[in-house]
Design a protein around this ligand. Sequence first.
Ligand code: IFM
Length: 444
Amino acid sequence: MTTPQPRFPAGFRWGVSTSAYQIEGGADAGGRGLSIWDTFAHTPGRIADGSTGDVACDHYHRHAEDVALMAGLGISAYRFSVAWPRVQPGGTGAANQAGLDFYERLVDDLLAAGIDPVATLFHWDLPQPLEDAGGWLNRDTAGRFAEYADLVAARLGDRVKLWITLNEPFIHMSLGHGTGEHAPGEALLFDAFPVAHHQLLGHGLAVAALRAHSTSPVAIANNYSPVMLRGDTDADRVAGATYDALHNRLFTDPLLGLGYPPGVEPTVVRDGDLDVIAAPIDVLGVNYYNPTGIRAPEEGSPLPFEMVPLDGYPRTAFDWPVVPDGLRDLLTGLKERYGDALPPIQVTEGGCAYDDVPDADGRVHDPERITYLDGHLRAVRAAIDAGVDITGYFVWSLLDNWEWAEGFSKRFGLVHVDFDTLVRTPKSSYAWYRDLIADNRDRP
Ligand code: IFM
């Protein structure tokens, strides 16, 4: 890098993130049940390369090796997700102790390595029996989620250092139930709004369950994509505001006590629900990858906006534009929008996919990822300097892993995984992140 990274405040949480279905494998191990992603991935035509998460990175059997990789990085926190179908294979009822045993081993190994366990309870892998009963379209699923949260917190509440209820409920609603690109594969467009409300209701009920067993802070991880208008007519501005309400406000306004933004209110809200949803949280998890270009739609379009490519920026292997300033603007914009209602922020995901290939010596050089992370961490620092309370950053992801509908074709890891042999090879970005963390630790 040409200029050294600015320093971060003492106690800043340096982490990496993963999720259960993307890394664990062990699909049948320890009495795990089926999730909607097992069903989806095993349906021909759903996944780009025809793969499944049955084995993924085999983290279920190799978690000790992966914790050692984390210790080598020097991270202070590891964000993983608990697979609901490991804990409740049928989606309801008593806990499957073997499932909880696995997470207990992981949590204890992390603590022994000096790494804070950060547990996400729902990263999209709904037990299939709950989907068969209506999934998140069914209000009952919110109550089931709180019961599951209770079981996990009863076992791990004394050791998990930060709880995250839901990961990216917007993506689960929009891609899972709006367009059908993700599990469970429903293409309901705007009829998917009940999924937003029931996830938020489940979040609020789970907050109470977590607090009954644990004094650790509670968060949610929302993903945000700031709007970059591509057009300057009134119609373009209306389209931008609509997209912003849908992607950036639908899951945050009600959490912070403002109710649903006009124009995107679900019709299934009952008296008292908004109070449950607005239960205070301690941290807002922010996942950021890129902004979205928006302009007014063509006449006759089924959508009230049109998404347009953002030209002039470098692009990742996912074809996502690399816009670090978008992260700074997002973070300062959250502060402007929510003011004192905004809790401290941790960036719970940020990262990029590139086609990383080992060289003849077996080393994996990923300079684009270093540039990406360097730019985005400078953006975080700039937002801190502008007065936003940001207390952590988690790289997505520790390992190359199973990227949902893209299968194994998109590599996000600091560590390369050979999906035939499952051999792990730290990339040059791993060494860069390790040195950055050490530098921040060593300099007062
Ligand atoms: O891999 C996903 C993760 O599961 C949720 N956030 C975005 C990542 C990259 O697409």
